[in-house]
Design a protein around this ligand. Structure first.
Ligand SMILES: *Cc1c(COP(=O)(O)O)cnc(C)c1O
Length: 431
């Protein structure tokens, strides 16, 4: 145990007791961390191979203006993404404003009036409820005559294959599978599980488009859902694949036809991928993708560390301290609004930006309850950076994610624990 490290943490508001508890927890995680590093190494090579294969050059890092015709950097980056995800094509654009936009785009461009969308993995991410029209909303799929059906997971979190089979009929056109748990306490699906589900669905109706909401899942495993039969993967560049450097953007990687449909919807029929100036943003997209495997690994270590820290204190954690990981999110259930708020304030206090402000619960657009968010990020709202969200509703769970470096994630978690100790919510670290 290093004395100067302990002193530095003391300067940063971490008590000796919290520090010692953290060191003990970390020591026990050595082999888990080695596994995470091996996956990062594999994915680093995958990204590097894709960049070399498509001859990324200095000219690719520059941008275009206006219409953005013949944007070498943009077009090459899309090929690089297609190679990383082993797909025919990809759309990677700053004009895709966020993950919800990317998902909405993929859905709206690949579904037509009269089609049905099926979610075989239960309720999708909160913001998609309005995209689909589960909660009535202007411009929803429902307004365009696209119906929706959902099959909930079985109580143990597995797929309800019998009812999925019954839910598929001639109008079922697209299946949306959310890899990450999002704001739920169900388990996140592994790429292998998603592959099994896709094989089952294609066995019933081969022409169904299988789309995976890949948010928070990229580079957590060696394989991606497109390696296991997904027709499209969709995600946000201010999460894993942007590596913390992309300041905006989303991607859709998949079958040529799916990506083309999305491009015609993003810009215009007739224009598709040919327009869309990249301005000066591409070097951050390239460099962010290059860093994404190691940044994701740091965030993953933070999630495993948080699970072990809070599990031993008796809080429910999903995933638990031991199980394998398929996304970077860690849910911790505190059971009270005070616990959620204290945790988020600790994370905020650990930030490089805005550490001096205290977050408050607020009515965030797209969500049906007040949400408290801790985010002291270089990129506003970026959740590959150390951040935490907690909807102020039962079971009063927080969803913690990110950390551009493992060291920062660790400090954030220690700071959250210190905040709970200071508030008297946690009283005994060593029983
Ligand atoms: C973050 C996220 C989204 C939405 O992304 P935004 O960028 O917040 O709009 C959708 N699905 C999942 C699983 C997510 O984690």
């Amino acid at each position: 145990m290093s004395e100067d490290l302990k002193k530095q943490y003391a300067v940063m508001g971490i008590s000796e007791e919290v520090y010692t508890y953290g060191e003990k927890t970390e020591k026990a995680l050595k082999s888990r961390f080695d596994e995470i590093d091996e996956i990062a190494e594999f994915n680093q090579m995958k990204v590097l191979t894709a960049m070399q294969e498509h001859k990324v050059s200095e000219a690719c890092l520059l941008g275009t203006t206006g219409y953005g015709y013949n944007d070498l950097g943009r077009d090459t980056l899309e090929q690089v993404y297609a190679s990383v995800f082993h797909t025919q094509d990809a759309l990677v654009r700053p004009q895709i404003t966020c993950g919800t936009h990317a998902l909405a785009l993929a859905l709206m461009s690949n579904l037509r009036p009269g089609d049905e969308l099926l979610s075989p993995a239960g309720k999708p991410y909160d913001t998609l409820e309005e995209v689909i029209g589960i909660r009535p909303s202007k411009g929803s799929l429902q307004e365009y005559g696209i119906s929706y059906r959902q099959v909930d997971l079985l109580p143990d979190g597995s797929f309800d294959y019998d009812n999925i089979k019954k839910a598929i009929h001639e109008k079922t056109r697209l299946v949306t599978i959310q890899r990450s748990k999002g704001y739920q306490t169900r388990p996140t699906f592994s790429v292998a599980q998603i592959g099994e589900l896709i094989a089952f669905i294609k066995g019933i109706k081969p022409d169904i488009i299988c789309m995976v909401d890949n948010c928070y899942g990229e580079f957590v495993e060696k394989l991606e859902p497109t390696d296991m039969g997904a027709d499209m993967v969709v995600g946000s560049l201010i999460k894993n694949p942007g590596g913390g450097l992309a300041p905006i953007g989303g991607y859709i990687a998949g079958k040529h036809e799916c990506v083309e449909n999305a491009a015609y919807r993003l810009t215009s029929p007739g224009l598709g991928k040919e327009v869309g100036a990249s301005l000066g943003i591409l070097s951050s997209f390239y460099q962010g993708l290059f860093l994404a495997p190691t940044v994701t690994a740091g965030a993953l270590k933070g999630a495993v560390f948080a699970a072990n820290i809070y599990e031993k204190l008796g809080f429910a954690v999903v995933p638990n301290g031991q199980e394998s990981r398929h996304d970077i999110i860690q849910a911790v259930t505190f059971g009270t609004p005070e616990g959620v708020i204290a945790f988020c304030r600790g994370i905020q206090a650990a930030a490089p930006v805005d550490a001096h402000v205290a977050p408050e619960p607020w009515d965030m657009p797209g969500y049906d309850a007040k949400v408290i968010m801790a985010a002291g990020a270089f990129v506003s709202g970026s959740s590959i950076e150390l951040s935490a969200d907690g909807p102020i509703k039962p079971p009063y769970a927080v969803y913690f994610q990110g950390g551009l470096t493992w060291q920062h994630a660790k400090y954030g978690i220690l700071k959250s624990l210190q905040s709970l100790v200071d508030e008297g919510i946690v009283s005994k670290l060593f029983p």
